[in-house]
Design a protein around this ligand. Structure first.
Ligand code: HEC
Length: 212
């Protein structure tokens, strides 16, 4: 009898300790003591990288679109705008209205990425450089009324956005008339700047437009 009792006591003890072990194993460890597995290395799949770049390029072009709009580039470079009705189907494709003044007669050029008649041969950086320096790719000055001096207020990022937008518009083949020197008569429509009243008279010739 005693033997049976001892065995059953041992069995009860074994059962109790097993239960205790199971409970202990299930209790969550106090926070802080857990050793977290190393976070898996974030390796962005190439497709996600490309789409992130595409998104930022899209944002850049959108910024450029807005800056071009508020900087009035369309006024002169998009046909119809000077007459109250910009034709965005031919956005930035240049104008045939001449601007005549002491500098001769100039025409707002085709800025679309057309290779023969537009800026297709410019790289983004070259457009930025031209807008900053007032000199075209061939080194010739941008004559009035192209207001390149105003663009000095823009940051490099903003100028790059403008250039990226210009290069993103639809390429349109349209050759604007060549600029004419002072005294050369234009054939098409042109606006004449009157001799300036003394209040408006330039104090000095704009230095960048006098030398080539
Ligand atoms: C008041 C009219 C006017 C406005 C506004 C204007 N432009 Fe012009 N732009 C011209 C004229 C005119 C020329 C041609 C100048 C010349 O023949 O020397 C020109 C030339 C250019 C050229 C040189 C193109 C080439 O073939 O090398 C670029 C680039 C240009 N403009 C960009 C712009 C941008 C960008 C804006 C807006 C931020 C702008 N323009 C606003 C009139 C204007």
């Amino acid at each position: 009898m005693l033997r049976v009792r001892v065995v059953s006591v041992v069995l009860v003890l074994v059962a109790l300790s097993t239960a205790a072990f199971v409970l202990w194993a299930q209790t969550p460890a106090p926070s802080g003591s857990t050793v977290k597995p190393p976070a898996p290395k974030k390796s962005t799949p190439p497709s996600a990288k490309t789409s992130a770049a595409a998104t930022s390029q899209k944002a850049k072009i959108e910024l450029g679109r807005k800056l071009v709009m508020v900087s009035a580039c369309n006024d002169c470079h998009t046909p119809g705008t000077l007459f109250g009705s910009p034709d965005f189907e031919r956005e930035l494709s240049g104008s045939e209205v001449g601007w005549q003044g002491p500098w001769g007669t100039t025409y707002a050029r085709n800025l679309t990425p057309d290779l023969d008649t537009g800026l297709g041969y410019y790289k983004e950086q070259e457009i930025v450089d031209a807008l900053k320096s007032g000199r075209r790719l061939d080194g010739s000055p941008m004559l009035p009324p192209m207001p390149w001096q105003n663009l000095a207020a823009y940051s490099d990022n903003e100028l790059h956005a403008i250039a990226a937008f210009i290069l993103s518009v639809k390429a349109i083949s349209h050759k604007v008339p060549d600029k004419l020197g002072p005294g050369q008569p234009p054939t098409g429509a042109f606006l004449v700047f009157p001799a300036p009243p003394s209040w408006d008279a330039p104090k000095s010739a704009p230095s960048d437009t006098t030398k080539k």
